[in-house]
Write a protein that binds this ligand. Structure first.
Ligand SMILES: *Cc1c(COP(=O)(O)O)cnc(C)c1O
Length: 298
């Protein structure tokens, strides 16, 4: 059995199917009021499964849930994984690079204990699609999983084109593949980690400013502000999916939507280093205009 919270990204659900284990082997555990996995419910689920003769093998923590950017208690999850003797994977696609930002890093405590960590450079990392990255602690197990070095046409050699120990195709499902790492390397060489950290800090500052703006307008309701780069809100009594679609088609701002506690939320995920306070103001003004027009018509 694998475990994750109900807020986990669908990539984990898909991975369970793609590995052949199946989604019925994934236990989704309830979250607390802040959207983080409930450690008590997780421990109870593991104990119940063991009692039923099932074998727990992995727990997945979210370092930034996709809907609101909640960060699971990674230290607590690492402790449980160690105690249970199971693998600890962290989905940090959204927020792991927050380790570079002073205001986010403390919330990620425990991430360094993960057995494997997925993160995306094409979100807060400012790289163009696609630039996903997976770090695996046990290099030998990683290579054993994917290497087909015994094939005669893939045999490592002492020298020549097949020379060298490290072959990227030994560490993932792709054989022929593009040099995705190049754009990440290039960006880090050009701007450095400090600049990236500043961009992430600024994105979180802008998210906080948006939450403050939303709270200043009684027509708007703040639905989430988890302290990362995502803020969810709604215009009271309006069709918020229509508001988001109208804004997207107008092209000035591009919020997405999600569902929180059964309600449609306008979701602002601030990632771009060019986003400024005037863009935040344009989003709020746009939602107010469209919400007012909708509710006036009724
Ligand atoms: C975006 C995201 C993913 C999916 O990653 P892609 O690299 O975009 O496919 C997985 N998990 C979380 C938490 C995400 O935010």
């Amino acid at each position: 059995m694998a475990y994750a919270s109900t807020a986990v990204h669908a990539c984990i659900v898909r991975a369970m199917d793609m590995t052949g284990l199946g989604t019925e082997r994934l236990r989704l555990v309830e979250t607390d009021a802040e959207g983080r996995i409930s450690l008590a419910a997780l421990e109870a689920a593991i104990a119940a499964d063991r009692a039923a003769g099932l074998k727990p093998f992995m727990v997945v923590g979210s370092a930034g849930t996709v809907d609101i950017g909640a960060i699971d208690d990674l230290e607590g999850l690492a402790d449980i994984a160690a105690r249970e003797g199971i693998t600890f994977h962290v989905d940090g696609a959204l927020g792991a690079l927050g380790i570079l930002a002073a205001q986010v890093a403390p919330k990620l405590k425990g991430i360094e204990r993960a057995d494997s960590l997925a993160l995306d450079f094409h979100k807060l990392g400012q790289a163009p699609y696609d630039a996903g990255l997976l770090l695996v602690r046990d290099a030998a197990a990683h290579k054993r999983t994917f290497s087909y070095g015994d094939e005669p046409y893939l045999r490592h050699a002492e020298r020549g084109l097949a020379g060298g120990e490290f072959w990227p195709c030994d560490f993932g499902p792709d054989l022929s593949r593009s040099f995705r790492a190049f754009k990440v390397w290039f960006m880090l060489k050009t701007y450095g980690l400090d600049a990236l950290g500043e961009v992430i800090d600024r994105a979180c500052d802008l998210a906080r400013a948006l939450a403050t703006e939303v709270e200043a307008h009684p027509e708007l309701e703040l639905l989430s502000a988890a302290g990362l780069n995502i803020v969810c809100f709604a215009y009271r009594g309006a069709d918020n999916a229509a508001i988001a679609a109208d804004l997207q088609e107008a092209g000035r701002v591009a919020p997405s939507t999600t569902t929180l506690a059964g309600r449609t939320a306008i979701r602002a995920a601030i990632v771009n280093h060019r986003t400024e306070m005037q863009d935040i103001a344009a989003l709020v003004a746009g939602v107010l205009d469209l919400g007012r027009a909708q509710t006036r018509r009724r």
